[in-house]
Design a protein around this ligand. Structure first.
Ligand SMILES: Cc1cc2nc3c(=O)[nH]c(=O)nc-3n(C[C@H](O)[C@H](O)[C@H](O)COP(=O)(O)OP(=O)(O)OC[C@H]3O[C@@H](n4cnc5c(N)ncnc54)[C@H](O)[C@@H]3O)c2cc1C
Length: 542
């Protein structure tokens, strides 16, 4: 008969839940993690969605934090199967008329990016050199910000103001502090002059969980998305699911009780305290110390706890937490005979070897219009995309002599279209994209594609339980960040219900494969319950 009582119960076996579980077990806490699906890792998923042997990371692909991620080094995840590749050309944008591409190289190859930028503007090349050099120096400071929980608010204390931190970050880069109030677009336009370079920066600025390009107050993502992150991206050999596989092995090695196909239907509240959970099959599990939710905010409070247990303040803040319109993607996948060969590559073959390939735009304005569409609930008219061909580096990801292409479109929220409209998108959008793609890379015709697949935000919402298809489990706008994520009264992971904690992406620092939400929650649990601080490491200050 399996056990029914644990010290801590964790709901959700995505990477944040797994992180927390592994640290708890290392601290000798009796931890049980429950996953609703029959698969661990949530969005750390790899599937043969087009044809047998073709691997596609239709969710997370670019691992930008592994080199600073405590979980990765503390549990030696490479030795458990999470091996990485670090592609030289990290990102590139190609053009329809075959003019030179703009390429971004990895962090230790600043000069490569500068030379690519210099084809269009020597000023931009020099700005890049300065900013990227500073970014590399500030990397550990950035990591400390990610891997530290926001401070606990004292009763009556006003909500924290994120702008002083944003502004001082700009001054650390030698830029005017007031840029901290502006938008990503404002910063790109002020600091870079070439249209082709702006097009690339607009797109990467919002690519990995960035907020709207043009919203004042989004400028922190200029530093993060345009400067700090590109250059850090690592690929997981064999597909992203190998990372979750290594995380699961770490949990098992440490002695975590792991139960998949165990969907939580209710969080038990007993005498005002979270005391356990009830599963969909009626099984009751008790938690001696804490229940930690590593799933969405509304799922936790509205579905599992119930409004009746919430104060009016919590009810308001939870109901008004925003999912999307940023971070809503449609994932495309194609099984190819051969990889794309871009017209622009005749000037620089690096374009054909860029890991992230931005295709379909001929100007910065086209990128802007594309991004605006999702914000007014529309599918972009221009079917452009960002794509990657992992099989160029990792031959295990496609059959011999063939290639697997995966990518994403920026789409509106799941609820912006009807089911029939999403069905039509699923049926037609890849063909529209291919017609455009062939104008940039002439070999990308239908004949080169053996099979294809499109996963919409609606599929994302249903399959992954990501509301509206928002991959960050909540918009990462300035009002929902740091000490305001998910809202001021519960940003320190503990909630108003004693014994109930949050460890999912709805907490700081939000979406992305950071393993930070689980790690930060563990730090708070150590403070609250006196658990052994197994996160401490003499080689790390965060
Ligand atoms: C299309 C797409 C592309 C992305 N690309 C990148 C990228 O390139 N780089 C990057 O860093 N990040 C990327 N991300 C974001 C990143 O993958 C996510 O932000 C992150 O994986 C979320 O982790 P999580 O643990 O918070 O949640 P999830 O991964 O969503 O895991 C939550 C888990 O909880 C389970 N669950 C839900 N409800 C219950 C319940 N009631 N009972 C039990 N279990 C439950 C779910 O089944 C799921 O397994 C992408 C995401 C998507 C969708």
């Amino acid at each position: 008969m399996s056990r029914r009582e644990f010290d801590v119960i964790i709901i959700g076996g995505g990477h944040h839940g797994l992180t927390l579980a592994a640290y708890l077990a290392r601290a000798k806490v009796d931890a049980c993690i429950l996953e609703g699906r029959n698969e661990w890792g949530g969005a750390l998923y790899t599937g043969e969605v087009t044809a047998p042997g073709f691997c596609h990371n239709i969710h997370a692909n670019f691992m930008e934090f592994l080199h600073v991620m405590p979980f990765f080094s503390d549990f030696d995840l490479p030795s458990l199967g999470a091996r990485t590749i670090y592609p030289e050309v990290q990102a590139g944008i190609a053009f329809k008329d075959g003019r030179p591409p703009v390429l971004m190289y990895r962090n230790d190859m600043i000069e490569g990016t500068a030379q690519s930028f210099a084809r269009y503007s020597k000023n931009d090349a020099s700005t890049w050199r300065d900013l990227k050099t500073k970014a590399n120096q500030l990397e550990l400071l950035m990591a400390a910000g990610l891997y530290t929980p926001p401070p606990k608010l004292k009763p009556g204390e006003p909500p924290p103001n994120p702008f002083p931190a944003f502004c001082s970050s700009f001054s650390m880069f030698g830029l005017d502090e007031e840029l901290g109030y502006k938008s990503i677009k404002d910063c790109v336009d002020e600091l870079f002059e070439a249209d082709e370079i702006r097009a690339l920066l607009y797109r990467v600025g919002i690519e990995f969980a960035g907020p709207a390009l043009e919203w004042p107050g989004s400028a922190y993502f200029f530093l993060f998305g345009c400067i700090l992150m590109p250059g850090c991206w690592r690929m997981i050999v064999g597909g992203t699911h190998r990372l979750s596989g290594a995380m699961v092995t770490a949990c098992l090695k440490e002695g975590v009780t792991m139960r998949e196909s165990s969907r939580v239907q209710r969080i038990l509240i007993d005498g005002g305290r979270a005391s356990g959970v009830i599963l969909q099959d009626g099984t009751k599990l008790l938690a001696r110390k804490a229940v930690v939710s590593a799933i969405g905010l509304k799922d936790t409070f509205l579905d599992l706890v119930g409004e009746d247990h919430l104060s009016p303040y919590y009810r308001r803040r939870v109901k008004n937490f925003k999912d999307g319109p940023d971070q809503v993607l449609g994932s495309l996948a194609m099984a190819l005979h051969e990889p794309p060969r871009y017209k622009s590559a005749r000037h620089d073959p690096g374009m054909d070897r860029a890991w992230y390939q931005i295709v379909g735009y001929d100007s910065a304005k086209e990128v802007l219009n594309y991004c605006r569409a999702g914000h007014v609930g529309r599918i972009p008219d221009l079917p452009a995309a960002g794509v990657w061909v992992n099989s160029l580096w990792d031959r295990t990801q496609a059959p011999e002599g063939r290639h697997s292409l995966t990518g994403w479109y920026f789409f509106p929220r799941a609820s912006d279209l009807t089911e029939a409209q999403w069905e039509e998108v699923r049926e037609t959008y890849n063909d529209r994209f291919l017609r455009l793609f062939a104008e940039f890379a002439p070999n990308m015709t239908r004949e080169n594609v053996m099979a294809d697949f499109l996963h919409t935000p609606l599929d994302q919402e249903r399959g992954m339980r990501m509301r509206e298809g928002d991959f960050g489990h909540g918009a990462m706008t300035v009002d929902q960040l740091m000490g305001l994520r998910p809202f001021a009264g519960c940003a320190h992971h503990a909630t108003e219900i004693p014994g109930l904690y949050l460890a999912g992406s709805c907490t700081h620092p939000g979406g992305g494969v950071t393993a930070a939400c689980g790690y930060n929650c563990f730090k708070v649990l150590c403070e609250d319950f006196g658990f052994e601080p197994a996160w401490r490491n003499s080689r790390r200050f965060y």
